[in-house]
Design a protein around this ligand. Structure first.
Ligand SMILES: [Zn+2]
Length: 66
């Protein structure tokens, strides 16, 4: 059996890799780096955006960017 690989995320600003959902440096959102998870096509980009919003809503109800 294969183990699931830990999810590697990357800060969209610093472009550093991390396992945290929030960058420890700039506190911005970190995204998964797994290739081919999403299609570059627009219709999928839309879904990705929705997913992102949902995730943020679940996690950061009171968080606001400064
Ligand atoms: Zn960062």
């Amino acid at each position: 059996m294969r183990r699931m690989v830990e999810q590697i995320l990357r800060c969209t600003k610093c472009r550093i890799y991390t396992l945290e959902r929030k960058c420890t440096k700039c506190n911005s959102e970190c995204l998964t780096t797994k290739p081919a998870k999403y299609s570059p096509e627009d219709k999928y980009a839309k879904y990705r955006l929705e997913y992102k919003k949902k995730e943020q809503g679940l996690q950061n109800n009171t968080t606001k960017d400064i």
